[in-house]
Design a protein around this ligand. Structure first.
Ligand code: FAD
Length: 468
């Protein structure tokens, strides 16, 4: 064992310095199993002091550090490169809820807390922590913050940046910044917290956070509506916001092709309509009065929408089981697409008002360049965020299709850029989009980002090769 690793063992114990290749394996491969990196070791500190001690050692020996939470990220940010020179710093042992303050409406959680456990801790205090996403059983608060995660309730509660009031961070040189202030107002200079949120571990290691919680809604109501065009889905969104205001917490779009895939690969999941429609929307209301109040709001919304010919059918879940079944249709879209075969994913955003136009234009560009390719378009319409995924034409081999990924990305991302959008709405840049973003950010933006990176991490040891 070399001197660096021996000092790591002295700092946190041999049990938590993982060097056996078999034991390291799960930390080195990304969630979608596209890439396996190499590492000197996986370090598993159990406290903020241990994180700081290890970062100081990494500084002394010039060892790059890849912070890792649940390793559910989708852009190769949480796995090391193939050089074998870095260590993975797993935060999973920092998993304590430090405090819950129902009066301040905050919860202070360590970075390695699994998102689902934080949601549960909030429920136990009769509060709601609203971040919710399909990986919530394994992703961590640190990873959520480092990627500024979104999910299904951004429309009402915002993304992780909006849900965080304070941070504790181990800086790149191994100091501990204690910024765990639960303040809603604090205008005392540059906002360091916002620098570390969304930085994907490239500026420092988040070890704990003060998060906002909210009163629990009295009732949740899910509905599914059928319409002809994405433009009508946008009209329904505007109408729903007028009728329901802040009660509207989710608004998800799915094309008919998404539902056909779900139907083909998960036939046990039933579409709630007898006949199919080109587009569907799933709406969720979280009501602070009562179920009946939410139901009345939805009835009035759908009556208006029918009269204005925005939609032609709608159902409202009358039980928790029905609500889960509707959400299940939405959640099975990516799984069904994976069952269908290889595909190319895009996580993009455009201004909400331009979504329909974006879909029509980009579909046309792609059909022109790659005839027969099949768009699997779904996402958080209420946030302007689409998962604009592409499957090969029927009969085209998956590998041949993937070989054209760069060309397909170029068509989609150029279109996103023309519509004033972002090529990464939720998942970050990681290693996957690090080079691609250079095409779309201005030289000034890139220069400013680089100066921040150099100022906070002058030795370039924090997740090098990611983001920038
Ligand atoms: P990891 O994957 O371990 O790390 C992600 C990045 O954060 C890496 O760059 C890593 O270096 C860095 N990092 C991790 N922990 C720390 C830390 N403590 N300090 C500093 N840097 C750190 N995302 C959404 O936004 N919305 C969704 O709806 C959504 N749905 C998803 C559904 C599925 C099925 C999956 C697999 C992923 C989904 N994601 C979604 C991706 C999302 O980014 C992650 O699920 C989550 O936010 C990452 O948390 P993690 O703990 O797994 O982080």
């Amino acid at each position: 064992m070399n001197t660096f690793l021996q000092q790591c063992v002295d700092a946190i114990g041999a049990k938590h310095v993982v060097v056996d290749p078999a034991d390291m394996a799960t930390y080195l491969t990304d969630w979608r199993r596209r890439f396996t990196g190499r590492a000197l070791a996986v370090l598993r500190p159990g406290s903020v002091d241990e994180v700081a001690l290890l970062v100081r050692l990494c500084n002394r020996f010039r060892i790059p550090v890849v912070p890792q939470g649940g390793n559910t990220g989708l852009v190769l940010g949480s796995v090391p490169d193939s050089s074998g020179t870095a260590v993975v710093m797993s935060l999973l042992r920092l998993n304590q809820i430090r405090s819950v303050d129902p009066v301040n409406n905050t919860i202070t959680a360590e970075a390695g807390c699994i998102l689902h456990h934080v949601q549960q801790a909030a429920v136990e205090a009769n509060r709601l922590f609203p971040l919710s996403l399909a990986a919530e059983g394994s992703c961590t608060i640190g990873g959520n913050l480092a990627t500024n995660a979104g999910g299904t309730a951004v429309l009402r509660y915002g993304n992780m940046r909006d849900l965080c009031l304070g941070l504790e961070v181990v800086t790149a040189d191994g100091e501990i910044w204690s910024g765990l202030r639960g303040l809603r107002k604090d205008n005392t200079g540059f906002d360091l917290r916002d620098l570390f949120i969304g930085a994907e571990g490239a500026l420092g290691i988040i070890t704990a956070a003060v998060l906002k919680v909210f009163p629990q809604p009295r009732a949740r109501l899910t509905a599914f509506a059928a319409m002809t065009t994405p433009a009508q889905a946008l009209q329904l969104l505007a109408l729903a916001q007028e009728h329901c205001g802040a009660t509207l917490t989710g608004f998800e779009l799915m094309s008919d092709f998404c539902m056909q895939l779900v139907n083909a690969h998960f036939p046990q999941l039933q579409l709630p309509f007898a006949t199919s429609s080109p587009q569907y929307v799933l709406l969720e209301l979280s009501d602070h009065e009562s179920f009946a109040h939410a139901e009345a709001m939805l009835e009035s919304l759908f009556a208006d929408a029918l009269e204005q010919e925005i939609l032609h059918d709608a159902v409202v879940a009358s039980s928790l089981a029905q609500s889960r079944a509707l959400w299940s249709l939405r959640e099975h879209v990516p799984l069904a697409q994976a069952e269908e075969g290889k595909n190319i994913k895009h996580d993009v955003s455009v201004p909400i008002s331009r979504i329909a136009e974006f879909i029509a234009a980009t579909d046309a560009f792609l059909q022109d360049a790659f005839p027969g390719c099949r768009m699997v378009t779904f996402g958080h319409l209420g946030d302007g965020n689409l998962h604009y995924n592409v499957s090969p034409a029927i009969g085209e081999a998956g590998d041949a299709f993937i070989a054209r990924q760069a060309d397909i990305n170029r068509v989609v991302h150029d279109s996103v850029h023309r519509f004033g959008g972002s090529i990464s709405a939720e998942h970050g840049l990681g290693a996957l989009k690090r080079d691609e973003i250079r095409r779309y950010k201005s030289p000034l933006e890139l220069r400013l980002m680089q100066s921040i990176k150099t100022a906070l991490d002058p030795l370039n040891l924090m997740n090098p090769g990611k983001v920038i």
